[in-house]
Design a protein around this ligand. Sequence first.
Ligand SMILES: [Zn+2]
Length: 396
Amino acid sequence: MPRIMDILETIAHFGKNPDGSYTRRLYSPEFFQALEAAENLLQKAGLATSRDAAGNLRAVLPGTDPAARHILMGSHLDTVPSGGLYDGAYGVAAAIGCVQRLQEEARRLRHTVEVYAFNGEEASPLGGTFGSRALAGLTDPDQPLLKGTLEGFGRRVEEILACRRDFSDAACYLETHIEQGGKLEKDGVQLGIVSGISNIVRYLVTAEGQSNHGGTTPMEDRQDAMVAMAKLIVFADAACRKIGHSLVFTAGKIQCWPNAANVVPGKVTCTFEMRNVDRQYTDELIREIQAATELIPDGRFTIQQLIYKDSAVCDPKLMEAFEKAADSLGATWQVMPSGAGHDADSIAHRIPVAMLFIPSHNGISHSGQEYTPADDVERGGEVLYRTLLELDGEIQ
Ligand SMILES: [Zn+2]
């Protein structure tokens, strides 16, 4: 069996559900089974491994030049509930494939290589990218649910803060991942070289009207909060499309009071989430939404920011190394932004990062239907390996 697919199936079959999907939540027994399987492969390849309190696995392959800064690679081993085989585990498998090959080919790199399998990348009460944020020293000790949730997992806040890595000896971080969208497949392109990871800006929008009898209140006298919200959502969707530049908008979670079939809604709240690599476009969209609220007569609006997660820009030199490696293999590639968050986002706060995408069939992810053809899986691993060799010659 081809190398990366074999590794992927070895480390990522844990938590398989009857419907063919996978569930490996952070700190779950299934997560640690996957971690142990990855650890075994890395140890068998002769690497020293260690785990930290955040649930991250680290493996080190020393280079020949102690002064050369380390090259880091990896991704995450947790999944969403009922997730797929590839999301996260693929990047870990591709990184393991690289160090296995270096060892088998008895090739000593100048740079020390570190492989990471992160915990808790997917959304949880501890926040997304939990493990990589702990490594990058981005854990916020004042996060409201942190202490209680950690105690539930038998961990303490201080232990997580102590997971912070000193990045002064690190050169860069490389992550391979499935695209989780359908662009590569639709464009007939084999690889995506990621230009940056989108920001996540989330607001809670509240519309207030007047609750009243659904039968006796004439249409002209209504202050219907649901209608007000509906108009604003339709406006925001159209404004987002008009701005373009890969900007996306989601009105994902809506609540209505009193939520009864025969009552004019008095209050509606809805999350407005927008993402882009360039903050100027998410700023522009919220400004337009803000202005539109003044023009909708059916309700009064308030807008409260819930989350602002900054975007990360990928390093041009590292992107070029991916491009060269892809070209050397005759693979087709395109530069594209990542709409999803990734561990690379956390690490980008400390050192230059780059990401390589392989196609997701039908653009499906976070589902048991997630699928990438084996050829694409291997191609991504091969390009990562060649990139590693390229960077070993290039960077200090
Ligand atoms: Zn992922």
